[in-house]
Design a protein around this ligand. Structure first.
Ligand code: URA
Length: 410
């Protein structure tokens, strides 16, 4: 078998068979097939797409490219949630403790941020001392004892996805619906949760820009789940504006705490309640409305908030030492009117340029910087009103004009 022939076959619009898919996945993972040939193949997949059988075979080949997480030592039905990525998306920080507080085991592996989107692991690492690496047995023990452990994805979990994702990121092939479905589902299958909830983000700040694509992605992921005996539910949610008011690692942890404490009622808190209710409904087999009552109860009794503090403590973190930058710049409106849009993509890039995210995997991030939005879409503003506050450091790069341009005021 030759990779050249596989590239040509896909370029000409034919479907690849199981052996051809396994050949390129294994060859690339081992380093036998060079990046330039896989880049060409990815572009051919981007244009020619993949049929259902190809997506199933690619998912399994990628899930089998490394270790599988053995969760058999954890009692009960394990649920997991995955978001396709967005700006200010701190829902995992809220959902994990919320669900664990209701006795559903959460054994979660999360990722770091790249590009304009943030990652749960970076957010947790803004808590001094918090360890996102646990020995496997401790990870399992913590889930059994405290119902929750949250760690970074191990290097050998679906390594084919890690390598392919990095290549897609630099070859303009991230936005392929079958490739996104396969990337997410291969990791979820390798990490062995029984039931998976996928939050498909739709809008200017998301990978998926049209409802049609979001629905197609949902359909493919559900089919992959069915084929491999995992219950998959999906929800398509808005990512036109940043999610919540805080963007940047420590700032997002603080906002997650406020949501768990029941102190904020907004789109973010509603989304967290919706996603938690779906997870509880999946795990306990109850109606979503019943699950919602349980979730609201876990907020009002502070059980969910206390579970978050327990998670932090059990993984070595000291929440009282969490820092946000002291260098704060207020950005004031130069027009009056109604806010029609706060561009999520622009805000994501701004957060990265302030130092909250990375341009390349090697970049160091500053957990204390970021943005706090003081206004939301639909708010009326006058000249001189504060639109947002920037938490900056000496290396932050931004212009006031570019910040103002992310707000559309009419
Ligand atoms: N998230 C993933 O894990 N993979 C993708 O391809 C897109 C979003």
């Amino acid at each position: 078998m030759r990779i050249y022939d596989i590239i040509m076959k896909k370029r000409d619009g034919y479907a690849l068979d199981k052996e051809e898919i396994e050949f390129f996945v294994n060859g690339f993972t081992k380093g036998d097939i060079p990046d330039y040939q896989i880049s060409a193949l990815l572009m051919a997949i981007y244009f020619s797409g993949m049929n259902e059988e190809e997506t199933l075979n690619l998912t399994m080949a990628m899930a089998n490219s490394g270790d599988r997480l053995d969760l058999s030592g954890i009692k009960g039905i394990k649920v997991d949630k995955h978001s396709t990525g967005g700006v200010g998306d701190k829902t995992s920080l809220v959902l994990g403790p919320m669900v664990a507080a209701l006795d559903v085991p959460v054994a979660k592996m999360s990722g770091r941020g790249l590009g304009h989107t943030g990652g749960t692991i970076d957010k947790l690492e803004s808590i001094p001392g918090f360890s996102t690496v646990l020995p496997e047995q401790k990870f399992i023990d913590n889930v059994n004892k405290y119902k929750i452990a949250l760690v970074g994805q191990t290097a050998n979990l679906a390594p084919a996805d890690k390598k392919l994702y990095a290549l897609r990121d630099v070859t303009a092939t991230v936005e392929s619906i079958p490739l996104i479905a396969v990337s997410i589902m291969s990791k979820k299958i390798a990490s062995n949760a029984d039931k998976i909830l996928i939050d498909i983000k739709l809008g200017s700040g998301a990978l998926i820009k049209t409802r049609e694509d979001a629905e197609r992605l949902s359909e493919i992921m559900i089919k992959i789940g069915n084929a491999y005996k995992r219950e998959v539910r999906t929800v398509i949610t808005n990512m036109e504006a940043p999610l919540g008011n805080n963007i940047g690692n420590s700032l997002e942890v603080l906002e997650a705490i406020n949501i768990l404490d029941g102190k904020e009622q907004n789109y973010l808190s509603e989304l967290c309640i919706l996603l938690s209710s779906k997870l509880i409904s999946m795990a306990k087999g109850v109606e979503e409305q019943t699950a919602k009552m349980m979730v609201l109860d876990a907020i009002s009794t502070k059980a969910a908030l206390n579970k978050f503090y327990e998670l932090v403590k059990r993984q070595g973190g000291d929440i009282s030492s969490l820092k946000t930058s002291d260098d704060i710049v207020e950005i004031r409106s130069v027009t009056s009117g109604e806010i029609k849009e706060i561009n999520a993509y622009d805000i994501g890039i701004l957060a990265r340029n302030l130092g909250a995210g990375r341009l390349s995997k090697e970049d160091e991030i500053d957990h204390s910087v970021g943005i706090v939005l003081e206004k939301s879409v639909g708010d009326k503003v006058n000249i001189g009103d504060i639109l947002c506050k920037l938490y900056v450091n000496k290396k932050s790069t931004y212009t006031v004009k570019e910040v103002l341009d992310s707000f559309v005021i009419e």
